[in-house]
Design a protein around this ligand. Structure first.
Ligand code: FE2
Length: 316
């Protein structure tokens, strides 16, 4: 069976984008001159992507969400690397920061230090978080308390309402897929057909989100495969589901999803041909019934000699 049209658009975005010089979505000057972006070992990619959402009100046109995922603070990802990412994030001046889980890897002693650094994140509408599978193994309640003390709201099967210029946008968050994710509970009380964004660590939640008509899912978990071998492909995440929703933008029915490659590493202290990523998503209203929409993304890489900056436009 051939993949749906949206899948082809995503593939085209991923592989056929041509180098251009328009970086205004990223505000490249503010990042390029930032020491932190060059201090991040292994290279850091910043992906700016416009996302058109049905039912999004005009009040949220241009609303920018910065996503950080899979930080995995540990010996592999020391605090100076986390601090560098926080500094880069603040330079980008997002409206909202969404943290999509796996803050730590194995040790409970990592919780307080990483929460302390993340407490330095700044965004006009605040910082929200969901927890990942590693967080549950290490200590979900302790992590939730540590983040809340730094004014980071942890959405554990619940939602919050964002209001801007008289418009409304719902932000729902669920626990990890294997640790009690309850989308029904998270969505309880959200009026039907309201613009909603779901934070879910594991991209497998996209199926349930599509059944509920959720506009956008922000996920991580896959690390983009982490090690991407020539010809053989990625080492991690080779199941069909993970192959489909491994990184970047995609769509299932009317539900769009962005899967971040994340920041940290697990098992091996190594990324190869799969650099850490900071996605910056800019929302745009899109009316139902319109015949077409388009994707617009910019990738800007720092400290990665074999990649270039790219810009892609794809109709779907
Ligand atoms: Fe992870």
């Amino acid at each position: 069976m051939s993949p749906p049209l949206g899948r082809w658009a995503a593939l085209r975005n991923r592989y056929l984008a041509r180098p251009r010089t328009n970086y205004r979505l990223i505000h490249s000057e503010s990042v390029r001159d930032c020491d932190a972006v060059h201090r991040f070992r292994g290279g850091l990619g910043i992906t700016a992507q416009r996302i058109w959402l049905s039912d999004l009100s005009e009040g949220f046109r241009g609303f920018r969400i910065l996503q950080l995922s899979d930080i995995h603070h540990s010996l592999f990802v020391p605090l100076d690397q986390v601090a560098a990412v926080v500094e880069v994030s603040n330079r980008l001046k997002p409206d909202l920061v969404a943290l999509t889980g796996d803050f730590v890897s194995y040790s409970r002693s990592s919780i307080e230090p990483v929460a302390e650094i993340l407490g330095g994140l700044r965004a006009r509408a605040g910082v929200v978080a969901v927890l990942g599978n590693h967080d549950f193994r290490v200590g979900a309640d302790a992590l939730e308390r540590a983040l809340r003390r730094r004014r980071i709201q942890v959405l554990r099967n619940r939602h919050r309402l964002l209001q801007r210029r008289g418009a409304r946008l719902y932000l729902a968050g669920v626990d990890d897929y294997g640790y009690g994710a309850d989308l029904g509970e998270a969505m309880r009380g959200i009026p039907e057909d309201s613009p909603t964004i779901l934070l879910a660590h594991n991209p497998r939640l996209v199926t349930a989100a599509a059944c509920r008509g959720i506009g956008l899912v922000l996920a991580g978990h896959t690390h983009g495969g982490q090690v991407n071998l020539p010809l053989l492909g990625t080492v991690y995440g080779r199941s069909p589901e993970k192959m489909r929703f491994k990184m970047g933008w995609d769509r299932l029915g009317c539900t769009q999803i962005y899967v971040s490659r994340g920041i940290g590493t697990i098992v091996l202290p190594l990324r190869w041909r799969c650099p850490a990523e900071v996605p910056l998503l800019e929302l745009q209203p899109h009316q139902r019934g319109e015949s077409s929409s388009s994707l617009y993304f910019v990738q800007r890489s720092y400290g990665i000699p074999w990649t270039t900056s790219t810009l892609g436009i794809a109709a779907d």
